[in-house]
Each structure stands twice: as C-alpha cells, then as structure tokens.
Design a protein around this ligand. Sequence first.
Ligand SMILES: Cc1ncc(COP(=O)(O)O)c(C=O)c1O
Length: 376
Amino acid sequence: MNTVTISRRRFAHLLGAGAATALAGPAFTFARTPQAAPVRNGIIRLSSNENPYGPSPKALSAMKEAFALSCRYPDEHADALLATLAKENGVEAEQILLGNGSGEILKLCAAAFTGPGNSKIGRGPLVVADPTFEAIVKHASVNGAEIVKLPLTDTFAHDLAKMAAAATGGLVYICNPNNPTASITPKEELRQFISDLPRETMILVDEAYFHYADSPEYESVIPLIDDHPNLIVARTFSKIYGMAGLRCGFAIAQPEAIEGMQAEQPWDSVNIMALVAARASLEDAKQVTDGRRLNRDAKTFVLRELERLGYESIPSQANFIMVDMKRLVAPLLQDMKQRKVQVGRLFPALPNHMRVTIGTQREMEAFLSAFREVLA
Ligand SMILES: Cc1ncc(COP(=O)(O)O)c(C=O)c1O
C-alpha cells in the first residue's frame, strides 16, 4: 500500500492558517487501498461511475508538492501536461485542449458547433443516441440547437446509418463506450462512419471509459484525427485515473477545431492541482492496469451473482453495468437508497434497467445484499 501523510501543521504551513482551519479531522491522510472509497453518511455510492480506489499515489504526491504553488497561475503546468499528453497520443500540443473535466469539453463543443449562428466551422443541430450521456444535450439546448435523438440498435450500439442520415452540419455525439448502457459501437462501423460523413458535420467521440474496454471490437479513434478535420475525441481523468473531484479532461482534434472550442473557453480553466495530478498519473502505468483488473474482477463477481438470481445485463465494456430488472426500475431505486446503496438514476429510454457502478468487492457485496432484500 502506498501512503502519503501530511500533518495538519505542515498542511497549515503550506496553505496558510486560514484555509487550514476549514479542515476537520485529526489528520490529512492520503491513502490508496482497495477499501479506500470514501463513504458519506454510510451510503455506498454506485451512481456516478467513479473509480473507488482513488487517484494514483504519484498524483497525490505531486499535489502535495504543488500546494505551495497555489498562488501562481497554472500556465507552465498546463504546458507540461499538454506536452506529456501530446507525446502519449502521438499528436502535437496544439491539437489538445485541456478542460475542467471532459464535461467542459462537451460544453465547448456544444457552444462552438451547435445552435444557430455562424462560427468559423459552422453550427447546426446536435445528433445523439438515446440513451446516451445527457450533458451535451443540455448544453446544446441552452445554445438553441435542434436536438435529434436516435435510439440505439438492438445490440445497444449507436445507429450510425440513422445518425449519418440525420446529420446536416452541426455536431454528432458518439459516446463509446456509451453511458448509460456500457455498450460499444464496433470499430469497423465507426471508422466507416467517420470516413463517410461530410466534413461540414463535426463528430465528437467521447472516450471517457476507453481504459475499461477490452473487446477486440473496440478501438480509440484518436489515430483517425490526422485525416479528419471534423473529428474530436474527448477523454477524462475522472474515471480510471480516479480524479473525478479534481476536474481534468481534454480534447484531441486538428488545430482549427481546437481553436473553435478554445474561443469559447475562459483562460486557465484547469487548476494547478488537477494539472499536476493528471501529469503524474500518466507516469503511473499501474494505475491503469490495477484499475482495469480490479474493475474486471468485481464486475465478473457481481455479474455472476446477478445471473444466479436470474438477472441479465447489457454486455459491459465500462466500469458500470446496466441490469435488466424485467420491471419498472424507478421504485427499486428508492428501495435501494433506503438500504443505503445509491445506484444510477432512471434513464427514461430504458425504464426497466438499473445502472450500477462497479465499486470495490466489498461495496458490490453490500450492493448484492441490498438487491436481494429489495427483490425478496
Ligand atoms: C460519457 C461521459 N462523458 C463525460 C463525462 C464527464 O466526465 P468529467 O467531466 O468528470 O471528465 C462523464 C461522466 O460521468 C461521462 O460518463
């Protein structure tokens, strides 16, 4: 186990006494163990697809070092992360835009490419799957964009033929693996779609759950960016890197698309803690291999138990599962919450499905106890 402990005195020295008095508790301890998931009010949180094992110990140490730099704007740290990400992804630094979480990237895409009005590249409708991650729909609606929602196919892939037919400029959003279904859109189909779609339509492929996907039918589309000026890929440090509370994500695209998005963004959107933690995380290969393995093991366990109880799930390529409850799920969500297990919200397009984030083994055991009680 890796543990970095900062005494309260040292922390007060670093931050200034005023900020430190806001901290409660006897010590400020950084730890990573499989049981380290913070639980609030005894509630087991399996509702937001977070990583229950926390950030890399290297990220925690990097943040400790950066406390004293909090008085500085984070430009150099942003540049350093851009350089590392560029190298890691085989692109130039000007092809990357950092965001305050990939949620900000989605908002910037909606602002730059959807709705009425002119931009350098052109705005228009938003075409999305149903169900998918809803944030971009909200942003595009605020922007006054027409929203076209198209059901997933029978295998819970994006219906790319229908999406291509509906795309008339503006933006197509492809979430792969998709939230909330944890399903993938096969690589050959996606490659063909990207190469066939007219360049007036921007394509945003959200790869938030990239690291969890292990199907031979799955691939990242980052290598296609070179040949496609209308392709943007979003990634996040919130999932396998365990940094959801820190807020750091990024987009990769050709420079013109990046400029279009950047024009909508405030300066210095990503804070220094998130920047140093993200960069340090990229140096910790174990964060990814451990995260994948622990997720796979806990997922295999819970899927097997659910199957024993007679419940099937959509094949999952992510750190969550979508369980077919064979009845309306809304009342069950409440019943689970009463037993202090919080699972995903209701997704109206799939009213019989319960989305469950894969937590630690212990959390999944607690989930199964509550689940058995609710269905007894
Ligand atoms: C598909 C998808 N994209 C983007 C996000 C936003 O992630 P963040 O803003 O934390 O990077 C989420 C969060 O759950 C998600 O599921």
